[in-house]
Design a protein around this ligand. Structure first.
Ligand SMILES: [Zn+2]
Length: 304
């Protein structure tokens, strides 16, 4: 199957301007696919309708165009696909894997619940097989997970593994307010769009096994994964959305797209000298093994 063209994707959340970290992940996703003459898909991850807007979606498209990161098609935004997610939710229900969870937020985060080093908790299955559900309470719906170690051979991070039963627990698929969760929506959207390669920030690495489990239940093939390093300030602090001066609204006033891409490419090991370069030029020489696997330090003040 090696001669099939790769299909990658941009999946931004239209809740604000692209930040340097988003630009970097988008650049690598695009380079990986375009360097092999593959296809790019765009979709807006706007499940959180309170925080997202069509205006920000327009700005994101404009920012991608400014960066020279083009795409071949845009699929429907997640906010318009709950009827599709309904169908996949029913697949889980028909398999007997779905059950209602009445736990309150404080129960879930209580000191009795096991917590992992990243601050997330392991759901211990409190509501599995609940005999008498509380009255007048609307439940969330969880999918049972299996006791199996899922392994990811990541293009950047290498071997990664997670046992969903012991390190995650049964996952919420639909919240009490009826909104489907990120893991279900992403799995369905990537699967239906024929995405073969998921490239995104390292902070989402632990989502990969969660999504692989759902891919298996829904009958989608597993894509390849590449979780790119986080960008850090010289003092080791993670560059975050709080650094307003490093979002594209400010950066576009001060630097050319080639200047910005050159800076990111140099900091991440893709080129040997800090010089302006277009995404298109970089694509001719891109290989994954050039990319640094550990944190990337970037002095944002030099961009301003
Ligand atoms: Zn529960």
């Amino acid at each position: 199957m090696a001669d099939l063209k790769p299909v990658g994707r941009f999946a931004p959340t239209p809740s604000g301007r692209m930040h340097l970290g988003n630009v970097f992940a988008a650049l690598i996703a695009w380079l990986s696919v375009r360097s092999r003459d593959g296809e790019m898909v765009l979709r807006m991850e706007d499940l959180d309708t309170q925080r997202t807007s069509a205006d920000f979606a327009d700005i994101l498209r404009n920012d991608l165009a400014w960066l020279g990161l083009d795409y071949d098609r845009e699929t429907a935004p997640q906010s318009q696909r709950s009827h599709v997610y309904d169908r996949y939710f029913e697949i889980l229900r028909e398999k007997g894997l779905i059950y209602p969870c009445y736990c309150t937020r404080s129960q879930l985060h209580s000191v009795n619940a096991p917590h992992l080093s990243d601050g997330t908790y392991v759901y211990t299955g409190t509501c599995r097989g609940l005999k008498e559900p509380p009255k007048n309470r609307v439940p969330a719906w969880r999918v049972m997970v299996n006791d199996k170690v899922w392994t990811v051979e990541d293009k950047v991070q290498g071997h990664y593994e997670l046992n969903l039963a012991t390190q995650c627990g049964d996952m919420v698929m639909r919240r009490a307010d009826g909104v489907y969760v990120y893991q279900l929506a992403v799995t369905v959207d990537d699967g239906e769009a024929g995405v073969t390669e998921v490239v995104r920030g390292m902070d989402l690495l632990s989502s990969a096994p969660r999504q692989m489990y759902l891919q298996e239940l829904f009958g989608f093939p597993h894509p390849e994964y590449g979780h790119v390093p986080m960008l850090l300030a010289p003092d080791g602090r993670r560059l975050s959305k709080r650094d307003r001066d490093l979002d594209l609204e400010e950066l576009r006033k001060r630097i050319t797209p080639e200047g910005l891409i050159g800076t990111l490419a140099f900091a991440s090991g893709l080129i040997d000298r800090n010089e302006s370069v277009s995404a298109r030029e970089l694509a001719t020489e891109f290989t994954w093994d050039k990319l640094k696997g550990d944190s990337i330090y970037l002095d944002g003040s030099k961009l301003l």
